[in-house]
Ligand binder design. Structure first.
Ligand SMILES: Cc1cc2nc3c(=O)[nH]c(=O)nc-3n(C[C@H](O)[C@H](O)[C@H](O)COP(=O)(O)O)c2cc1C
Length: 302
């Protein structure tokens, strides 16, 4: 028997598998396919202080081995998430909940965190959304700004704070270190890569917003490389994310240094993928000779 439990900055998960923010809404969508209580945790859709309608359509473009989205943080606002979405989820789901918060100023991040704090187990701070102007990714491409957001959020919560980083930078390590120094309890990496498609028949971009965030299997080796680089430079847990679509991808992420693994675009293609991976992971680990999901998997240990 393989022990699949992992600890994320003190929060125990029964396994390391988490649907990434944005692909599972606020938790109800996949309920018809399987019982979400088998998941390690659920990461909620990005939540902002005010409700957001999101970007104009079309906002999804298919690509070879992936997709581009420019959803633009569509959500009903933090107060509605607290009043309706989280209570509805808690009615049938009893595992940890990860909030994913975004903002357009440091004050907005702080206030959104302050409000949602009591209702979730972990706060994931998205400083990496490529689909909004004057916010999102702007905070995550600059080490100083990422640190400021981290400090602000940490000042209003005792819950573990994971900063979700963007891969759209030359060197992700100094940004990861700045977040750790500013008090982050963990890091999630990566968010999507800025991309675009052109409709050659209409002679215009496919997406109404022109550019969007590219994710899916094509980004796996790059996300893995970033997890490896960062996990070996920081002393806080990393949630690996980007292109994961199988139990063996999960094991690679953990060998690179991830404590838990988030799965995004691949769950849109195969809605029961998280369930399949949760079933296959212990079998694979057993075959590989591991008894638990811990540091023994890592290529380089801290
Ligand atoms: C449709 C869609 C919506 C997303 N919305 C969010 C979001 O609200 N907040 C966030 O931090 N990341 C969001 N993401 C990014 C994912 O959480 C994840 O970081 C990224 O897609 C890379 O993982 P993947 O290759 O497994 O999809 C979204 C991704 C997709 C495909």
């Amino acid at each position: 028997m393989v022990d699949t439990r992992v600890s994320l900055a003190g929060v125990m998960l029964q396994n390391p598998i988490i649907p990434a923010s944005g692909v599972y809404g606020f938790g109800g969508e996949f309920r018809d396919f399987y019982d979400p209580n088998i998941l390690g945790a659920i990461c909620l859709k990005g939540t902002t202080l005010e409700p957001r309608f999101g970007n104009p359509t079309p906002r999804i473009a298919e690509c070879t081995a992936g997709m581009i989205n420019s959803v633009g943080l569509q959500n009903p606002g933090v107060d509605a998430v607290i009043a309706h979405e989280i209570p509805a989820l808690r009615e049938f789901y009893h595992q940890p909940i990860i909030a994913n918060i975004s903002g357009f100023s440091v004050d907005e991040y702080r206030e959104c965190c302050r409000r949602i704090d009591a209702h979730v187990d972990i706060i994931e701070v998205n400083v990496s959304c490529p689909n909004v102007h004057n916010g999102g990714m702007t905070f995550g491409t600059d080490a100083h700004c990422a640190a400021e957001v981290t400090k602000a959020v940490k000042s209003v919560t005792k819950k573990p704070v994971f900063i979700k980083l963007t891969p759209n930078v030359t060197d992700i390590v100094p940004i990861a270190r700045a977040c750790e120094d500013a008090g982050a309890d963990g890091l999630t990496l990566v968010n999507t890569f800025l991309g675009m498609r052109i409709d050659i028949h209409r002679h215009r971009p496919v997406l109404a917003n022109v550019m969007g965030g590219f994710s899916g299997p094509a980004i796996f080796p790059i996300a893995l490389r970033m997890v490896y680089q960062v996990a070996n430079e920081v002393h806080i847990p990393v949630m690996g994310c980007g292109g994961v679509r199988s139990a063996s991808d999960v094991v690679e992420m953990m060998m690179a240094g991830a404590t838990a693994v988030q799965i995004g675009a691949a769950t849109l293609r195969d809605p029961i993928l998280c369930k399949t991976i949760i079933e296959e992971l212990p079998v694979l680990l057993n075959k590989l000779g591991y008894e638990r999901c811990d540091n023994s998997l890592r290529l380089c240990r801290q």
